[in-house]
Design a binder for this molecule. Sequence first.
Ligand SMILES: [Ca+2]
Ligand SMILES: [Ca+2]
Length: 88
Amino acid sequence: MTPKSRNLMAVLVLCGGAFAALPALAQEPDAAIDVNGDGFYSFPEMLAVYADMTEEGFRTIDANGDGLIDMEEFAAATEAGLLTPPEG
Ligand SMILES: [Ca+2]
Ligand SMILES: [Ca+2]
């Protein structure tokens, strides 16, 4: 196996892992973001994935103002182009 094809294998393995981590349903929280598993994305959780997230941006996404982003708010923000899904 050449070094080049080994790199390709590594890329394929990484991509496979990313696909396996994708939630089966859009309503399922992404475990890569929801690290404490409460089903909501807090500001620190979002910041870990979206490094350019600001508190103002977070409040814009947090439509009901409870300080957490639920899957509906996340989907709405993604559809509105405020967020790029992490897998993209
Ligand atoms: Ca959480
Ligand atoms: Ca909310």
